[in-house]
Design a protein around this ligand. Sequence first.
Ligand code: N01
Length: 532
Amino acid sequence: MTKSSTDIDVDVLVVGAGVTGIEQLHRALEAGFSARLLEAGDGVGGVWYWNRYPGARLDSESYTYGYLFSEELFKGWEWQERFAGQPENERYFNYAVDTLNLRQHITFGARVTAAEFDESSGTWLVRASDGTEVRTRFLIAATGVLSIPVFPNVPGRNDFRGIQHHTGLWPDDPVDFRGKRVAVIGTGSSGVQVIPAVAGEVASLTVYQRTPNWCTPLGNEPIDARQQAELKSGFEQLRETLDESVSGFLHQLQETNAFDVPEAERRAFYEKMWTSPGFSKVISHYADVLNDPTANADWCEFMSGKIREIVEDPATAEKLIPKDHGWAGKRPPFTTDYFEVYNDPKVSLVDLRETPITRVTESGIETTDGLREFDIIVWASGFDFGTGALNRMGIRGRDGLALEEYWSDGPHTFAGVMAHGFPNFFFPAGPHGAAGNNPRYGGDQVQFVDELIRYARDHEYTAVEVPEQVEDAWNRMVAEMSVYSSFGDSSYFYGTNIEGKPKAFLLNPAGRPKLREALGEVLESKYQGFLG
Ligand code: N01
């Protein structure tokens, strides 16, 4: 039976049970809305459900990544490591869902395939792959920026008779790497995590690298009892510091520029930075490392020296040193024993710029240099970042406007959370929203959506929509500021990893303070122009 546009099933429909969707569902229920969540997978955790490859691990400090909206939830969980691995992250999101009593509101195995806005009633009719059909007033796509895995466009992938998996679609049953001939394609954050994690078990490991990355040590360590106690007693301070930070991390900004100090002091600082944990190497680095090419090159020279020191074979070391981008020209991965792995005689590196892949065969991978046979291929080849999931959901807004058409030249958003022409539709943690510790930005957007839809309900508005000029102002800011971004435009942050995808900046180049300011102004104006 077709659903009538007058009867709604729920006030709020959330899509995606990742870090953002879980919080949004919780807030909707707390606010007294009837709410439901559709999740394509069979479990919660979002990226931490799908990316269960060996070595998958956070590189934001665990306690800054988890939820901070509830002190009780924060204190009820003790993170075991500074940078938690996938299993701990997945357990954490299950803990959150069960503690907040959300599981009964989640439908698993339901991938949204279509969502149409009905103007006369101000509702959305949403359809999912399992036949679910829901009419909702507010549709909130918490589908994330890294949820559509992509494979290189090489012929023959389906001919391979061995085992092959994408890191972003890793199976639940463990893959047995023992004694196997393994290929890993891609050396982004996923590839450089999986490579050292499996190297010890395999018969041989061949790494197919197109672009080397500036990998530096992650600096992981267990969280001891003293730190656990400090975290618990410092909850408010932690939250405050993160709220004031430029990108949702605890790391403090440096005021000194690289060449303000004598060389010996700079070398000592670089030594400290090399082992300094995770993103502190970006945020707490010399103030000009991201915007002065000479300062950036000086740090890169230091890192090149480290790679040459670690990797015994000079030719391999040279291949592992990035030549086409500086520090943070691509998203820098943080690793554990990555370069060291190349000293293991079982491990070899294929430079795809010298010998590109020509095809995948039944038994292995052929490059211009010949065929190598494998038992397992790991595709660590990345994602359709930012807009991938949203553009595939069949979103149809006012007058049937297709989201993927509206975004055919790149996303148009207000604060990475709303788009003009799509009333009562939100996409917290979407493109243009974040650049840093994602859950902190996503949390700001979730709170904004929560406050806006409560206001609309309490004041009996049936539709909310971002005014065109408000969206335009945000898009202008993104376009103007991304010109000064340190990210090279070969980065997936511009969508250039996907053939035919428009080149457009997909992050929020102004950071979290600007996001909070923009959302705050709308709230303060009592949603002027948003309500209809
Ligand atoms: O994906 P990527 P990822 N032929 O796009 C290569 C987050 N994350 O899954 O650089 C050959 O970075 C491609 O080569 P190139 C994090 O935000 C976080 O690794 O395009 N190679 C590249 O080497 C991260 O940034 C963690 O030349 C091809 C690789 O595949 C984001 O997810 C862990 C190719 C793709 O790298 C994505 O990371 C993991 C082709 N045709 C992920 N196409 C943490 O630590 C692509 N490649 C928290």
